[in-house]
Structure formats: C-alpha cells, structure tokens
Design a protein around this ligand. Structure first.
Ligand SMILES: [Zn+2]
Ligand SMILES: [Zn+2]
Length: 352
C-alpha cells in the first residue's frame, strides 16, 4: 500500500484542492481503516466551504461514505479486513450519560468526520482512506450479497437516516405527513413516511425538479410558488391539517410554514439545522393545537440497522437522489456545482 493518497482538502473558503496526503493509520484498538469506495458531498459540507463555520486550513472533507475494511484494531469485534461497511457521519462516545440513555445525538463527545478541530478533529472521507474511531458503534457491516445497491446504502450514515428518524419518532400508522423542503433530507423523509405507513405524504418546495422526484417516490407535491400549501393541506385533510410536519429546511420561514400545516395534537419534527438563538414562530397557535415538538441532531447509530433492513427490503431507495457521479479528482468542480445548485447530490469515486 502506498503511503500517500488523494484527498479533497479545504484550504480556505471555496478553495478545495485534491492533494496528496499521508494515508492515515489506526492508533486506537477501537479504530478501523476503511478504503473508501464512495463518498458523497453533503449540504453540511457547504458550511465550511462557504465559510459559515470556520475551520482550520488543510482539513480533508467528507462524512458520508462506504468502503472496505483494510485494517482493524484489536478491540474491534464487528468487522475484519475484507468486510464492507458504512459509517455514521457522527462518531459518538457510547458511554456518556446521554449515550447510555439511548440518545447519542446529544453525546457530549460527538465528533464528525471532515469538519475540523472544533468538531472532533477527524479527517474526512472524500479521500482514498479514512480512519473510523469507535468502530463497533460507528460502523455497520454490509451484507455480503447486497439486494439493494451500494448507492442506496451509502446514505445510511447521514441523510437517509436523518430523514428516517425525523419521521420515525413522530409518526403513527395512518398519519398524514407533510414535509417542508424537498432537498435530500426532505426526500429521504418522504420515502420514510411512505415506508412507515403514512396515509398520505405531502411535500412542499418551490423547485420543480425536486417536486418531480417527490412525486416519483409516491408523495403529493405542492409548489409553494403556485398554491398556498396551507390551503392545499387543509383541503386534502378535511380541514384538519397534517398529523406530522417535518421542517427539512432549517430556516425560520420553513418553520413557520410547518407550524401552519399542523393538525391539532400533531407532531412538529425538526431535523433542519438551527444555529440562531431564537426564531419567530406562532407559539400561541402551537399551544392551542397542543402539538409535540421533536428536534435535534439525529440519533444516527440508533436507526442505521432499521434503515439498512428497509433499504435491503426495497422500501427505501435514496440512490434516485444522486444527480452526479464524479471522480475524487473533480472535487473542486463538484463543490462549485453543488454550491450553485447545479446538482442535487454528488457522489465522488476515490479511484478516479
Ligand atoms: Zn451530512
Ligand atoms: Zn456519548
């Protein structure tokens, strides 16, 4: 094995280069070294790319990946060299108070691949190799004979499971589910709602191509530029509103729309990312409706097994979200396209 590898390295905002860097090696008995076969660009990668989160120069980007195990520390029991695996984008400690309570999204020791020192100093996976810490908790071994596809299973560690959890912890069988935002997480939430027994799944956005994808998945699309989503949802639900509303955007205007779509006694689920100290929402209305709110960083490791099983059963197939497949060597162009909304989802192949 060569001691150098190619990696997508962020030098400064909007300055991604494909550099030769040292191949990482395992240093802890719980580590695993993965040879990366596929690595996606995620909306979260745009935070450092656009300079909205400041990270030190020289960070290898990427946290949504799958590949083959090439080395495993002596304490690792789940996988051995030759096994194929997918990783959670967040590495949890597994033994803090919130992890022990089954709520690893709140883990105080959480680290994320490829987002710099402030988020745990883990090199990212838009590279030929990546080290995965705490592998028994972070990784899931893939079946030897995959019935779905690698491209479907790639998203288990991030967007698919984030969308799934947003629905899973809010839905009851027969619920009407409305999703505000048809980006990758919104589309994954739509697939999940259908798989988990929604009686109707409604997706609100303003971009026609995204709404078309939502419709292809079996959801009812609403273009917010053409119709008032509140009117359409009320009409579809006998003037009740949706039992579950997902804000898959992470912006005040989306959150307000989500509140307005909710039925009395419904659940507002917010996987969208909020860094603001406060947002202006119609709280009196939520109080009157008696709604429940679920939110926060997704508990990825809790739901990866369910998502793999449903994917293998053909009930979740997020590969349809992929709009571009490019070589790792094209990473600078891929980031430019992704930022310019010329691509919904880009998957990079480190072998080219
Ligand atoms: Zn991500
Ligand atoms: Zn923890």
């Amino acid at each position: 094995m060569s001691t150098k590898m190619k990696a997508a390295v962020l030098h400064a905002p909007r300055d991604v280069r494909v550099d030769d860097v040292d191949v990482p090696s395992i240093s802890d008995p719980n580590d695993v070294l993965i040879k990366v076969e596929m690595s996606a660009i995620c909306g979260t990668d745009l935070h450092p790319y656009e300079g909205r989160i400041e990270i030190e120069g020289g960070v290898v980007l990427g946290h949504e990946f799958l590949g083959t195990v090439v080395d495993a520390g002596e304490a690792v029991g789940l996988v051995e060299p030759g096994d194929r695996a997918v990783a959670s984008c967040v590495v949890n400690c597994g033994h803090c108070w919130t992890c022990r309570r089954g709520d690893p999204g709140r883990c105080v020791g959480s680290r994320i691949f490829g987002l710099g020192i402030a988020l745990g100093d883990l090199a990212g996976a838009q590279a030929e190799y990546v080290v995965v810490p705490n592998a028994d908790l972070t990784l899931r071994k893939l079946p030897e004979e995959i019935r779905s596809s690698d491209e479907d299973l790639l998203f288990v560690g991030d967007i698919m499971t984030t969308g799934y959890e947003a629905v899973r912890r809010a839905i009851q069988p027969g619920d009407v589910v409305a999703i505000v935002g048809a980006g990758p997480v919104g589309l994954c939430a739509a697939m999940s709602a259908i798989a988990l027994g929604a009686s109707a799944t409604i997706v609100v956005d303003k971009i026609a191509s995204r709404l078309k994808e939502a419709e292809r998945l079996g959801a009812i699309p609403i273009n917010a530029d053409e119709a008032d989503p509140v009117d359409v949802v009320l009409e579809l639900t006998g003037w009740r509103g949706a039992n579950v509303v997902i804000d898959a955007v992470g912006h005040e205007s989306a959150l307000v729309s989500a509140c307005n779509l909710l039925a009395a006694g419904g659940t507002l689920s917010v996987p969208g990312v909020y860094m603001e100290e406060s947002v202006n929402i119609p709280f009196g209305d939520l109080w009157l409706k008696g709604v429940k709110i679920v939110t926060g960083v997704a508990n990825i490791v809790n739901y990866m097994d369910e998502v793999i099983q449903l994917t293998e059963a053909g009930k979740l197939s997020p590969a349809g979200i992929i709009s571009h497949r490019m070589g790792l060597s094209e990473a600078p162009e891929a980031y430019r396209m992704f930022e310019a909304h010329e691509a919904t989802k880009i998957v990079l192949d480190p072998s080219r």
